[in-house]
Design a protein around this ligand. Structure first.
Ligand SMILES: [Cu+2]
Length: 148
């Protein structure tokens, strides 16, 4: 009988597997987990200002799916590092040097970045600042909100 044909059964099973994947990707996966690439490039500059133990700016804005091309400048005579765990960024920032980092912000939310190389401490305007103050935040908004 045709319906018991083993190839027919294989085709049915194959269709269920592929169909299940399609249903999952289109209907079940949480919207915020779908990797998005907008094709837009956002160029930014982040500076570790001389003897300030601070990233400038400390808040970076982006839209989900953007490719970030960051020029990261270290004005100090000692090394820093920049790490953004959510997007797999971790780079040393050699003294008095400029590096480039590139990554795509595939998820929305607030993601911390921080200095990943112990860099000491000092006094800035009468206040003590240290390596641990070198933190910032990347704010990734929804891809569809559209406002720059
Ligand atoms: Cu540091």
């Amino acid at each position: 009988m045709f319906f018991m044909n083993k190839y027919f059964i294989l085709i049915i099973i194959g269709s269920l597997i592929i169909g299940g994947g399609v249903v999952y990707r289109n209907f079940l996966i949480p919207e915020s987990s779908i990797p998005v690439t907008s094709g837009k490039v956002r160029e930014i500059t982040i500076v570790a200002e001389k003897d300030a133990w601070k990233f400038e700016p400390e808040i970076i804005e982006a839209a989900r799916g953007d490719k970030i091309i960051a020029t990261v400048i270290n004005e100090d005579d000692y090394d820093h590092g920049i790490a953004l765990d959510a997007f797999g960024v971790s780079q040393r920032m050699p003294a008095n040097a400029t590096i480039k980092i590139e990554f795509v912000v595939t998820q929305e939310g607030d993601f911390p970045f921080y200095c990943s190389v112990p860099c000491g401490e000092g006094e800035v305007d009468g206040k003590k600042r240290t390596h641990f103050d070198m933190i910032g935040k990347l704010h990734v908004r929804s891809a569809v909100s559209g406002t720059e």
